[in-house]
Design a protein around this ligand. Structure first.
Ligand SMILES: Nc1ncnc2c1ncn2[C@@H]1O[C@H](COP(=O)(O)OP(=O)(O)OP(=O)(O)O)[C@@H](O)[C@H]1O
Ligand SMILES: [Mg+2]
Length: 234
């Protein structure tokens, strides 16, 4: 098994003035969530805005730690590790496409794509060339992020995440800035790339249509995950 999330809970401290209009359950974002993913599996994660999708991705990436529960990646428990150990696990095994892209503004597109792979000691020029071509980014490589459209930045963020040759790609609305036709095309490119690189995909989307293109569809609601195909708790 590639990923095993067991009984993971996460709450945030309520804002000081959060009593005004705040729901009483608002601080418990994830309530004993479970997910297992096999190698190469593709899983869609949907849920209302604020339901905790990005929070869950950040926990799996080791960018934050749960209050309770365990997160195992390739048999290694990531949530018990130190900050530095979590960063090392993430660098080698996980690619992340952030909801807000997080491209480095002072670096060209090509330097952005190479950066994480280089830091992880996993840069492979042939693979980067193939990813750049699959995402039609050849003519953008010497530009800076500010000169790109939202959709182009999104494709650079996908290329950067895949350049580390991860076994798990976490993608937070990777087509959120694109029109329907372009988002279908980018999803096809993304699915072909994860397939070609033996990578598993956990993708947040607001679109049930896009979710139906993946092997499994989980929905996050009131802190719990439902399997949309089985109609049961995941
Ligand atoms: N660092 C934080 N500190 C306090 N509260 C937070 C923090 N991050 C998220 N939250 C709260 O946790 C809840 C879940 O947020 P999260 O960003 O995970 O939602 P989401 O499902 O990704 O939403 P969206 O679809 O809008 O991106 C929200 O109520 C949010 O306000
Ligand atoms: Mg989010």
């Amino acid at each position: 098994m590639l990923l095993n999330v067991a009984n993971v809970s996460k709450s945030y401290a309520r804002q000081p003035n959060g009593g005004v209009g705040a729901r009483s359950d608002q601080d418990l974002v994830l309530n004993a969530v479970n997910i297992s993913m096999d190698r190469r599996q593709t899983v869609a994660l949907t849920g209302e805005s604020g339901s905790g999708k990005s929070t869950l991705l950040h926990l799996i990436a080791g960018l934050d730690v749960p209050d309770q529960g365990t997160i195992m990646l390739n048999g290694v428990r990531i949530n018990a590790a130190s900050d530095a150990a979590r960063a090392a696990i993430r660098q080698r095994g996980i690619g992340i496409v952030f909801q807000q892209f997080n491209l480095v503004p002072s670096l060209t597109v090509l330097a952005n794509i190479r950066l994480q792979a280089r830091l992880a000691g996993r840069e492979d020029k042939a693979q980067i060339d193939a990813i750049v071509e699959a995402l039609s980014l050849q003519s953008q490589l010497s530009k800076y992020p500010e000169a790109l459209s939202g959709g182009q930045q999104q494709r650079v963020a996908i290329a950067r995440a895949l350049a580390v040759r991860p076994k798990l790609l976490l993608a937070d609305e990777p087509t959120g800035n694109l029109d329907e036709t372009t988002s279908d095309a980018v999803l096809e490119q993304l699915l072909a790339l994860v397939d070609a690189t033996d990578c598993a995909l956990l993708m947040v989307t607001h679109s049930n249509h896009l979710a139906s293109r993946l092997q499994r569809h989980l929905r996050l609601s009131q802190g719990q995950l439902q399997d949309m195909q089985l109609g049961t708790c995941a």
